[in-house]
Design a protein around this ligand. Structure first.
Ligand SMILES: [Zn+2]
Length: 461
């Protein structure tokens, strides 16, 4: 028994020592801001050996540059961070069924029927999650839990990729680094849930519409109707007259009939073609579903108490698109402040008066790539509730007694007030320092000079 127990312990230690997660080498590829308000790309090395570590990091950088140079991602390149994780494969490349195999970390393979598709287990070749996707998930959990977009970069020179079951972009090195269009196509699946606009059958594929596919032929009910000119026929003929406009073209979602796409061609149909307007719109909205245009504001607390007359500053920090400016408008008590379109606003509380007020900053992305935004993802508003309690004093009920001047001071003065006296209204001399409480405080000055004097009360700041 003792011997057996020892054996188990040694086995566990050996496993812990060679656990693949431990061998990962991570390196930031692109850092634009805090992970909490960026789309965090994580690239994983597949088919890169230990001696190809630096080649992988160079390819990861090239992949990110290539993706973020592609519309519409280029408009929002500042919205992305990227991290690369190298895990060594025993051999370079990937499996090419019937031709060659490579012993690689995630066990990727090109497809036996469609040589364009690259997948990892569980797949047609190996149903064991732990041999492929399980390793991806373990690495992301250990090194990049904030990942929004995982890319498995396959060290191979045959163009291809896949969307890895909807949440992982698998792409060959040649396709990614040299921009064949496969990567943005797969990213379209992963980030915006875009559908394939192919007509080749895919039996058993779910009958669910994507942002760029539909069965609807009633013009008013087509979800991308905002992009369709009234003189474009519905359905739209597949000829050169309509090659550059958005319409309703039959053939999408692996169906030749009854399913429609927005444009004659698009990256979701032919990977080397730019995204159509409808796919671009869905992608921009998918970015704003993950990052917000206002990433910081001051004061950080949105309940603000103002107790002095000094000016009060408000400001917002923006996540600016690379291609264009965001629009800013400030509001006070619900009304737009004319000309207040900068990222900061200076207010004079004395002009407001005491009471509860609101200050709002509304930020809007006017990108021409979006026409329909029911969730108002392109705009964001920060609201401050401002409670103004400015000090004020009033002198009441003055009277002369036999040998003193008496009056009452009322108002708001949290730090008290000073009574001052002057005989020339130019020089003022302090007479007494007082606290202010309740309905008011009586002040008695028994040393009034002959010939009279003036009195005033001054708030202590
Ligand atoms: Zn499209």
């Amino acid at each position: 028994m003792k011997h057996q127990g020892t054996g188990v312990l040694i086995g566990w230690l050996v496993l812990a020592t060679i656990t693949p997660v431990m061998a990962a080498v991570t390196r930031p590829v692109l850092t634009n801001g805090p992970a909490s308000n960026r789309i965090n790309i994580t690239l994983l090395a597949e088919g890169y050996t230990a001696v190809e570590t630096n080649e992988f990091f160079a390819d990861a950088t090239g992949t990110v540059q290539s993706l973020l140079a592609t519309a519409p991602f280029a408009d929002y390149s500042n919205s992305f961070n990227a991290l690369a994780i190298h895990v060594a494969s025993a051999q370079s490349g990937s499996d090419h069924p019937g031709t060659s195999t490579a012993n690689t970390y995630f066990n990727s393979t090109y497809d036996a029927q469609n040589g364009y598709i690259i997948s990892i287990p569980p797949n047609w070749a190996n149903t064991n999650y732990a041999d492929g996707r399980g390793k991806v998930d373990a690495l992301l959990a250990a090194h990049a839990p904030a990942t929004d977009l995982a890319i498995l970069l396959v060290n191979d020179w045959q163009d291809g990729g896949s969307d890895g079951g909807g949440s992982l972009a698998v792409v060959a090195k040649i396709s990614a680094v040299y921009g064949t269009g496969v990567l943005p196509h797969e990213v379209g699946h992963v980030l915006a849930n875009l559908g394939d606009e192919y007509e080749t059958p895919n039996p058993g594929y779910p009958n669910t519409e994507e942002p760029n596919t539909t069965q609807q032929t009633n013009r008013a009910a087509i979800k991308w109707n905002a992009w369709i000119s009234t003189n474009t026929p519905i359905p739209t003929p597949e000829d050169g007259n309509y090659a550059n406009v958005v319409g309703l073209f039959e053939g999408a979602h692996y169906q030749s009939n009854g399913w429609y796409r927005p444009k004659l061609d698009c990256r979701m149909r032919t990977v080397s073609t730019p995204f159509c307007e409808v796919c671009s719109e869905a992608l921009v909205l998918s970015l704003y579903d993950r990052v917000r245009p206002i990433e910081a504001w001051s004061p950080a607390a949105t309940n603000v108490a103002v107790t002095s007359t000094g000016s009060v500053g408000f400001s917002v920090g923006l996540l600016r698109p690379a291609s264009h400016a965001l629009q800013v408008q400030w509001f006070t008590n619900g009304a737009a402040v004319a000309g207040a379109t900068a990222t900061n606003l200076l207010l004079q509380p004395a002009a407001w008066g005491n009471g509860l007020h609101s200050v709002q900053a509304r930020v809007f992305d006017p990108t021409a790539r979006v026409r329909t935004d029911p969730g108002q993802l392109r705009s964001q508003t920060v609201t401050w509730n401002v409670s103004v309690t400015l000090p004020w004093l009033e002198l009441q009920l003055p009277s002369w007694t036999t040998n003193a001047f008496v009056f009452r001071v009322t108002g708001v003065a949290p730090n008290g007030f000073v009574v001052e006296r002057s005989t020339n209204l130019d020089q003022w001399w302090p007479v007494s320092t007082n606290a202010l409480a309740g309905p008011g405080v009586w002040v008695t000055n028994s040393s009034a000079p002959p010939g009279g004097a003036s009195y005033r009360a001054v708030v202590r700041q």
